[in-house]
Write a protein that binds this ligand. Sequence first.
Ligand code: KG4
Ligand code: ZN
Length: 332
Amino acid sequence: MDIKLLAIESSCDETSASVIINGKIINNIIATQDVHRKYGGVVPELASRAHQKNIVPVVDEALRQAGIAKSELSAIAFTQGPGLLGALLVGASFAKAMAMALQVPLIGVNHMQAHILAHFIEEPKPEFPFLCLTVSGGHTQIVLVKSPLEMEVLGETQDDAVGEAFDKTAKIIGLPYPGGPLIDQYAQKGNPLRFEFPETSTPGLNFSFSGIKTAILYFLQREVKKDPDFVKNNLEDICASVQHTLIKMLMQKLKKAARQHHIKHIGIAGGVSANSGLRSTLLQEGEKRGWTTFIPQFEYCTDNAAMIAMAAHYKFLEKEFVGLDAVPNPRM
Ligand code: KG4
Ligand code: ZN
């Protein structure tokens, strides 16, 4: 019998639905919430309301495009966490209601695990075990991936996520939310070695990004005091230098993890893996070190339901279902 799953993602500010049939992604419908732009960050209450508005059309569109009826679905999957509680609740409640109405199993997916499983949507797929640098707006982790559902976090941030460092830097220099993609754009035209920022050292494979964020803030405050047009006149070099420093900090730990664990299959995942500088640095380092590198397509880097569907497929094969009493877990 065919395995036909519907997956829903609603952990932050994208409402997304995806249909997967026998492990092949059929579509990936995403409604991006623009309401947060003018607030300089995601406003949780507004995110919940936008999910409520978007979820029915997004799910309808996914099913319509896949050309399947609800009654054909084998199970319904949703992002159980981590994420914003109110946002997660919308997807979870919707998925539960649908699973109950259709009398099919319910699958709760860990959003970070799903970011990593985005590598299995398209060829080439990594071999196990591999290392994944998972970098998003809320997380920065180095994960040892032993099998689709067996993962070990080797190191993670002790304070801010790297995506936050991108977004907060963007906010300081007056760019709208989410600032990461804009920093990336300006950085492509700037000199990455123009400004230097002190990197924080952290033990083992852990990261820390709060120090660098403060260093950037103080640097800019100092320069703007001397020249009010400093940011405007140096935007590209500021973005390039900040991005260069953040990537250097990520790569240092990734190289260390690869050395320590003798692993040469290395991937990146999560929203920040859409960064062009990180993508090209990984390729360069990979070539130098004989790594086989894996980078998901842009569409599957930032939040999307296709990755939730991919994770759901593996969970369906293992019959890893949750009950209707499953609750969203913001800190999963
Ligand atoms: O995975 P994601 O879509 O959502 C979370 O799970 O957090 O990641 C969002 C983060 C944001 O911080 C955003 O600024 C960052 O990914 N991001 C980027 C780029 N595209 C998205 N950061 C740097 N360069 C990019 N091109
Ligand atoms: Zn994410």
